[in-house]
Design a protein around this ligand. Structure first.
Ligand SMILES: [Zn+2]
Length: 341
């Protein structure tokens, strides 16, 4: 089968590799309905994360179960499933506490930018739908696997409540999903920080009430002014850079909460400053598995359409162009058609 391999910075290729096989009794093999490129795939693509050997890319997936190992009980061949980018057993103490992304058996999914993928711990990781969903819902269901689940976690971690004033820092795909999530949770005001016209428009469509295009000190001052000098109840940090975290800390009101889901790259905290800031901080890799049943139901009942975040669609053979388009910010997020033969 043709699959996506990253060899080094800027060097992503489609290669003919053997189809994945069941390796453990708890595995499943799924035939993907679609795949996509994640913002985090750009870190190794940009050379900001070491790639020792060719790396099988892709961790967002949904599709039809092809085969299951002998110990798998919760899903069966022929079912449509969505799984988290974090592999989890869903039974250990951390999973039962709702933090499947810290599962005692945690693994990170890989190799999903391909027609077939192996999913370890299938019983704990995959969630099946009752029926095979309509084709037009595939992008929305695929989004639930990571980008929507991560945006949702940002809102959950920032304790978004009905009527709350929310600020979303970052207008990438996750930031836009964070806007949608805050709107679903009933936020009264959602301020999206974005400098890009097309992303501002999408943010407004997903439920943002205000746009702030200033960044840094000017952005902080603008949000302070908009909130009568108080600051926001909840701040959703969806970037992972020092400037964004600094904005989040300074925009959030004392006693308020910051949900941070951007993987930190060179972010440092000053203990004294943090002490006197008096803000709740919660973040990390999203426990998408906790939210999957609810998110899938919202999609299947057509209450949300997160799939709108995909603004570029390419066949798997053109995956390198998908990476370049996102790297150069020509695309927000690329959907990959994996079953075109
Ligand atoms: Zn677990």
């Amino acid at each position: 089968m043709l699959a996506t391999m990253l060899y080094g910075p800027g060097d992503v290729r489609v290669e003919d590799i053997p189809e994945p096989k069941i390796q453990l009794p708890t595995d499943a093999i799924i035939r993907l309905s679609a795949s996509c490129i994640c913002g985090s795939d750009l870190w190794p693509f940009r050379g900001l994360q070491n790639v020792g050997a060719p790396m099988a890319m892709g961790h967002e997936y949904c599709g039809i179960v092809e085969e299951v190992g002998s110990a798998v009980k919760n899903v069966r061949p022929g079912q449509f499933v969505v799984g988290s980018f974090c592999i989890s057993d869903n039974t250990c103490p951390h999973c039962r506490f709702g933090f499947q992304s810290s599962c005692e058996q945690r693994e990170f999914m890989s190799g999903a930018q391909a027609p077939l993928a192996r999913v370890p711990l299938a019983d704990g990781t995959l969630v099946a739908t009752g029926d095979i969903p309509a084709d037009d819902l595939i992008p929305d269901l695929l989004a639930a696997s990571d980008v929507l689940g991560t945006g949702w976690y940002a809102a959950d971690a920032a304790r978004v409540r009905p009527g709350a004033t929310v600020v979303v820092v970052g207008d990438g795909a996750v930031g836009l999903m964070a806007v949608l999530s805050a709107a679903q949770m009933g936020a009264g005001r959602i301020i999206a920080m974005s400098r890009h016209k097309s992303r501002q428009e999408l943010a407004l469509e997903f439920g943002a009430t205000d746009i702030v295009s200033e960044r840094g000190e000017a952005g902080i001052a603008r949000v302070r002014e908009m909130t009568g000098g108080v600051g926001a109840d909840s701040v959703l940090e969806c970037v992972g850079m020092e400037e964004a975290m600094d904005q989040a800390l300074n925009i959030c009101r004392p006693g308020g909460s910051i949900g941070y889901v951007g993987v930190p790259h060179v972010v440092t905290f000053d203990g004294q400053k943090l002490f006197f800031h008096q803000k709740n901080l919660m973040g990390g890799p999203a426990p998408v598995r906790r939210f999957l049943p609810e998110l899938m139901e919202l999609v299947l009942s057509r209450k949300i359409n997160p799939g709108k975040v995909f603004d570029l669609e390419l066949p798997l053979a053109d995956v390198a162009e998908g990476y370049r388009a996102m790297d150069e910010r020509r695309a927000i997020k690329t959907l990959l058609l994996v079953n075109v033969r």
